[in-house]
Structures are given as C-alpha cells and as structure tokens.
Design a protein around this ligand. Structure first.
Ligand code: ARG
Length: 498
C-alpha cells in the first residue's frame, strides 16, 4: 500500500548554527537571534527569540521552495526586461536559483528559522551563492505578492494531482462495474431494503460524484488562473515590469486585476479546500458502505487480506481500517476548510500576517486527499463481491412491492390505489409467513381482479430491474450505457483501460 505522506515534509530547518530543527517543531533556543534581517534598518533592537520562533513559517512553508524559486526566476527575467538587471546579472541569478533548487530537491539545504520564511531563506542562500547582485532581486517585489504566487503555483499542482488520482479511482469503479454487471443487490432508503438494483449501478453513482468533484477542481483551477506578481506589497510596483509576460512565463492565463485584492485573496485556497471537503465527503460515504458491506451482518463484500487489519486481542477479526480511516479523515479536511474561512473572515485589506495560517491547513488537506485517493483505489480493485449474499438479500423483504403496484397501474388502476393493494398483499404475506412467489393466482385475484397469470413474471428481480429502463435507471441496458459513457470520459478503450 502506498505510504501516507507526513503532515509536513520533513525538510530540515535550522534555528542557529549547528542546531537543526525538524520541520513542524519549534526551536528550544532562548535569547535574541543574531541574524541580520532584510528589514532591520529601522529597528534599534533585534527581535526576541521567542518572537522569531512564534512568527516563523519556515518549518512548514519550506514546502513552497520549488514554487518560490520558479517565481523568482521568472521575476528575474521581468527585472531584466525592465532594465533593472543586466542580462548577465539575470543569468547569474537564474543559475544560482537553479542550483538552490537542485540542492533543495536533494535534501541538502538546512533552512534557518531566524530567516523567518521560505522567501527570505532562498534569497539569503542566493546571496551566499552569487553575491551582492542577489540583493537586486527583490526590486519592486514584496513577500506579499511572492507568497500569493507561490500558493497559487502549489494549489495548481495539487489540484491537478488530485484530478488525476480521482480519475484513477473512477477507472477502478468503472472496471468493477463492468466486471460485476450481473450482480444484483438491494437498493436502500433509510437503510431499509427498497428495490433491486445492479451493484454496478451503485458503483456508478460514485463515479458521478467523483465526476462533479473533478469538475469542481477544474473550476477552481480556471478561476485561480491569474498571476499576482507586480502587485508589490499592496499597491502595485513602481518598476516597468511586464506582468503579462510574467504570467505567460509562469503559465497563467491572466494577470490579477487589483493589487490589493491580489495580495489579500485566498479565495482560491478556500475553493480548493471546499472541493477537497466535498470529495472527502464522497469518499467517506463510499467507505461507510465498505464498512457496512464487509460486516458479517451484510457480508456483501470481502476486503482483500492486503487491505484489512487484525485485532491484537481477537484472533478472528478482520477490520476495514482503511475505509474507517478515510471516513475519519474527512472530518479533518472539513476542519482545514473551516479554519481558513474563519481566519479570513475579519481581515481588512490587504495582507495581514494572519494569512500565514493558510498553509498548514492547505498542505494538510492536499496530503490527506491524495493519500486517501491513492489507498482507496487498490481497495476497490481487489475487493471480492459476494454475489450470493447480495442476491439473497434481494429475495427477502418484498423488494418488488413497487412492481406489484406498477403492474396494476399498467392494467388501469390509479397509482395511489395500486400502492394500497400492493401494501395489502405484502401485509398478508408478512402475517401469514408467505412469500410473494408462492401466492396462487386466485389468492392474487382476492386482492384485485386485475391480477392475472402474468403477475409472477412481472415481479421477478429481472423484470423489476429491466423495467427501470429510463435513462439514469438501473436496467442492465442503461447501466451498460452509463459505463460506456464513463469510459469515453475517462478515455478508456473498449478493450481495456488505457
Ligand atoms: N510567511 C508569510 C506568509 O506565509 C509570507 C508573507 C510575509 N509578508 C510580510 N509582510 N510579513 O503569509
């Protein structure tokens, strides 16, 4: 099974010479921090260590390193075009940033806590590598527009990954729907047996939910496709940088239209989290069914041994931990969404430090969703369907009672009356311990003259299913056509999965 990503990537941080701290941990060092801050000019004292430690985002925003570097390289080009950097200076800065990126990827960098965040850490590293020209890179730029860009680049990549993983799960559902096309189970309402349904139809319901999820991530990607650099700290930049060229270089469709909005907007993160929350709700519902179905009471499915767990005390147990955990993790992702909504709700324009709180929620949600999708797909592919158990559940409980009413409607009775007659038939069977299929025709006629010999054919499971041949219904033909449509959406060839 794929490993679940850690809440924070365990990139090493540093809170002073020789004292590496793990990402996600706070420094234990007391006393003032010695490093020179880029903004220290107007200050007469160094910040207290406790303030540094409290305000630093590097333990978690180190995950943005790649995007920050991507943004800085693009920005260096914009500065060259604006005449702030010479071609040679830009090339040296670009080479320096690329080497930092290689080292970040190689896990060779220990970020420093006293440098507060990823933006300053990268810039200081650049200064160490290319010297004073690095000090020109921040011309006309603020960490406010920098972080707005980094966050968009991160969300863009995660949204694309989630769409891909959701597609994988959809492919698994469609594959199982096709394989199990002959399996009938009870459809439930109020968790009471309702009507016969194809198991494949049930699986395809989740395909539809995931299809809406994919649509939501795509909507989110379209709306957030705006490049914020050039917004400066709040009011735009005073240098003639081409924002349009920057947008193109960074792969955005448009530029943001208002600098104040651009640096204080986290709608795109909230939309992404909302899409994550909805997706998790769908996964949670599917997992709830897996938990129910794999119970001995239902016995509709059996999980592969590789996807279940045992009990430390009860040797007979086989527990659906994966499904339960996914169900549990949905709550955590809702928490991520709500935490950012609440963080943002009272903030005046434009950037406020509160917004630094967006990151952990975002990273946590993205990691959780991806991990859940990744682990659920093989579970679906490998589970065993217990056809016989499902079929016997269909046979008990008068699931074709609606079909008795529909039969009478076809013979001319109003549905309300037909429903009542069918109810009387069911009650008769319950009270006398009978089943519908062993009532004689004369017994049927006792309930209504409209019943004839063909009633028994009308109330088989097969005819119940195939009567529901309306588009979107559970007849075999409709389900096969839903599967065929899904394969088109997923680019699955008729002969297999691409
Ligand atoms: N670490 C900050 C954040 O995540 C970056 C922006 C800081 N801007 C500032 N003016 N302090 O929001």
């Amino acid at each position: 099974m794929p490993p679940v990503p850690a809440r924070y990537r365990p990139a090493a941080c540093h809170d002073g010479p020789g004292q590496p701290v793990k990402a996600g941990q706070r420094s234990k060092r007391k006393g003032p921090v010695k490093a020179l801050k880029y903004w220290s000019g107007r200050f007469t004292k160094e910040t207290e260590g406790i303030v540094d430690r409290f305000g630093a985002s590097i333990p978690f925003d180190c995950r943005l390193a790649e995007y920050d570097i991507q943004g800085s390289i693009a920005y260096a080009h914009a500065l060259e075009e604006a005449g702030v950097l010479s071609g040679e200076e830009r090339a040296r800065i670009e080479a320096g940033l690329s080497s930092i990126l290689d080292d970040v990827k190689g896990g060779k960098i220990a970020f420093k806590l006293e440098l507060e965040d990823i933006h300053t850490n990268i810039e200081k590293l650049l200064e160490e590598r290319v010297g004073d020209i690095a000090r020109k890179l921040h011309t006309g730029r603020s960490r406010n527009d920098q972080v707005a860009l980094d966050m968009r680049l991160y969300v863009r990549e995660q949204a694309r990954k989630i769409v891909e993983s959701a597609r994988e799960l959809q492919r698994a559902l469609v594959k199982r729907a096709e394989e199990e096309i002959d399996v009938v189970m009870p459809a439930y309402t109020h968790l009471q047996r309702a009507q016969p349904v194809l198991f494949s139809h049930h699986l395809m319901a989740y395909f539809e939910m995931l299809e809406r999820d994919v649509g939501r991530f795509r909507d989110c990607l379209r709306r957030m496709d705006e490049m914020p650099l050039g917004s400066g700290a709040a009011c735009g930049t005073a240098y003639p940088i081409s924002r349009e060229a920057l947008a193109k270089r960074l792969g955005f469709a448009r530029i943001t239209a208002n600098s104040l909005d651009a640096v204080s907007d986290r709608d795109f993160v909230i939309e992404f989290l909302a899409a994550c929350a909805l997706l998790m709700m769908h996964l949670s519902r599917l997992c709830e069914e897996i938990v129910l179905w794999s119970s001995q009471e239902f016995g509709f499915i059996e999980l592969d041994d590789a996807h279940a767990t045992g009990s430390s005390m009860m040797p007979q147990k086989k527990n659906p931990d994966v499904a339960e955990l996914i169900r549990g993790k949905s709550g955590r992702v809702y928490g991520d969404l709500v935490s950012l909504l609440v963080t943002m709700k009272g903030l005046p324009l434009a950037y406020n430090k509160d917004m630094q709180e967006d990151k952990e929620a975002l990273f946590d949600a993205a990691d959780t969703v991806l991990a859940c999708l990744e682990v659920l797909t093989p579970v679906i592919l490998a589970l065993t369907v217990r056809k016989g158990r499902m079929e016997s559940a269909v046979k008990e409980g008068f699931l074709v009672a609606t079909d008795i009413a529909d039969y009478l409607v076809r013979k001319g009775m109003a549905f309300r009356d037909a429903h009542r007659v069918a109810g009387r038939v069911v009650l008769h069977c319950i009270e006398n311990g009978r089943s519908l299929c062993d009532l004689s025709v004369s017994e049927w006629k006792g309930f209504s003259d409209l019943f004839q010999d063909d009633i028994l054919q009308a109330i088989t499971v097969e005819s119940s299913l195939n009567a529901r041949s309306v588009p979107g219904g559970t007849s075999r033909a409709q389900v096969l056509s839903a599967i065929a449509n899904a394969k088109k959406v997923l680019y699955i060839k008729e002969d297999g999965i691409l």
